[in-house]
Design a protein around this ligand. Structure first.
Ligand code: URA
Length: 442
């Protein structure tokens, strides 16, 4: 049952925002509660969203919008877990298998990880789909089992369950069809409402920027990251953000089982350079936020050490075993689902790789069967794209740039002709770029 507010009227709320005025906390709550309860029709909600899109919300309004959405459904209570629980969120990337690496590293360093992850969305993959490509892995646990596992082994990662932030689900779906996605307050409140409802004490955000991300330029990504850190702080949860590059896929594997294999390789100390650098930094910050390192720099060292000593890989094994997976996959990758077809993309000219459009690769990977076009589509876990040549590397005519794999020949061929267009080869080596552009703490 929605709270009734005296003297609040949806037409007045729309009028105020249309005229560039500030909305009160009660007006925002009236809209969020009323819309999620079905008492405010889509046409009024759409009008308000467009007014917000055009006239923006300030920080206070954005915090109030987030809090109303956060409490629109269930919230997770992690108080029975000892220690400072740290959550991590990525704004979505291509080849982003970071959670599968940083979660066991942070847990191995004593930071409790009680995490809910999502499925793939559009051309960006999701951790839950990746975990489900591991034979036997269960991504649903009863709440008591989830809490018990974190208390006993320090880590549990499951799919989003329960009735979390229903207002965000409804508002997001409406934004998607009313051209109101791309707004700072609407994006930041959507992400942070879910993170706050998920119950951890502190939050680390990996905000991607570049062609394969929501925010194409660094300035906009920093603005989004700063707003989300402020929302976290206002809710009493320390929040930090890293702005990282998404101008080419992260690592070399894009798909599901091939990304898990790359994550395991990284935990063995032999992952691609970019994934290794990013995950050591992110895990290091989580260790710092979780109170297990005095400084971020100490955190980075502890993260590195956990890989060198094998404790992070052991934690991954323990975590997989506890969630029902066949842990033999760690030493025998042939136990993962295998692709029947593999098509190589060859270089048609010699030079240096100047760019790999992450969005094109993400979409092509989705078309191999690694992602869904519709919610009910089945995933082909073995499919995806393996990048042989990354930005800055040299290639001669005939060299393999990427291998496109899957179990449906037609899909693989189509994806290969799409993925070919992602590679830009120039005569000269491209300018060096920074993978981690900025760290934001407020
Ligand atoms: N991710 C979300 O969860 N919400 C947005 O609005 C954008 C990205």
């Amino acid at each position: 049952m929605v709270d009734k507010f005296e003297n609040i009227d949806m037409i007045e709320i729309i009028t105020k925002k249309r005229d560039g005025e500030k909305l009160t906390k009660d007006e925002i709550k009236y809209f969020v509660d009323g819309y999620s309860a079905g008492e405010i029709p889509d046409y009024q909600a759409s009008a308000l969203l467009m007014a917000i899109y055009l006239n923006k919300m300030d920080e206070e309004e954005t915090v109030n919008l987030t809090q109303s959405m956060r409490f629109s459904g269930d919230t997770i209570d992690l108080d029975s877990i000892k220690g400072i629980k740290v959550d991590k969120h990525s704004t979505g990337g291509v080849g982003d298998k970071v959670t599968l690496i940083v979660a066991p590293i942070a847990a191995a360093c004593g930071v409790p990880i009680a995490k809910m992850s999502g499925r793939g969305l559009g051309f960006t993959g999701g951790t839950v789909d990746k975990m489900e490509s591991i034979p036997g892995f269960k991504t649903t646990l009863e709440p008591e089992e989830f809490l018990k596992q974190v208390n006993e082994i320090g880590i549990a990662v499951i799919g989003q369950s329960g009735h979390l932030t229903p207002a965000d689900k409804k508002i997001y779906a409406l934004r998607d069809v009313t051209a109101t996605i791309d707004n700072l307050s609407l994006i930041s409140s959507s992400i942070m409402s879910k993170k706050l409802a998920a119950g951890s004490d502190k939050i680390l955000l990996d905000v991607k920027c570049g062609e394969g991300a929501f925010m194409e330029d660094e300035e906009k990504a920093a603005e989004l990251a700063t707003m989300m850190c402020k929302i976290g702080k206002a809710a009493g949860k320390e929040t930090m953000a890293v702005i990282s590059d998404m101008n080419q896929p992260l690592g070399r594997a894009v798909g599901n089982s091939i990304e898990v294999i790359e994550a395991i390789d990284t935990l063995k100390g032999r992952g691609p350079e970019d994934i290794t650098e990013l995950t050591e930094k992110l895990a290091g910050i989580m260790i710092f936020l979780g109170g297990k390192a005095k400084t971020k720099e100490d955190g980075y060292e502890l993260a590195k050490e956990s890989i060198k000593s094998g404790t992070a890989l052991n934690k991954m094994k323990e975590f997989m075993e506890r969630q029902g997976a066949d842990v033999n996959v760690i030493n025998d990758y042939s136990l993962f689902p295998q692709a029947e077809y593999k098509v190589e993309i060859k270089a048609e000219k010699s030079g240096y790789i100047n760019g790999i459009d992450a969005k094109i690769i993400g979409i092509a990977s989705q078309h191999t069967g690694a992602g869904r076009a519709k919610k009910e589509d089945e995933i082909d876990y073995a499919s995806g794209i393996y990048i042989e040549k990354k930005v800055g590397e040299g290639a001669s005519v005939g060299d393999t740039l990427a291998i496109v794999c899957g179990n449906n020949r037609e899909k693989v061929d189509r994806a290969a002709s799409e993925a070919r267009k992602a590679f830009k080869i120039g005569e000269n080596s491209p300018k060096a770029f920074k993978l981690i552009k900025k760290i934001i703490e407020i």
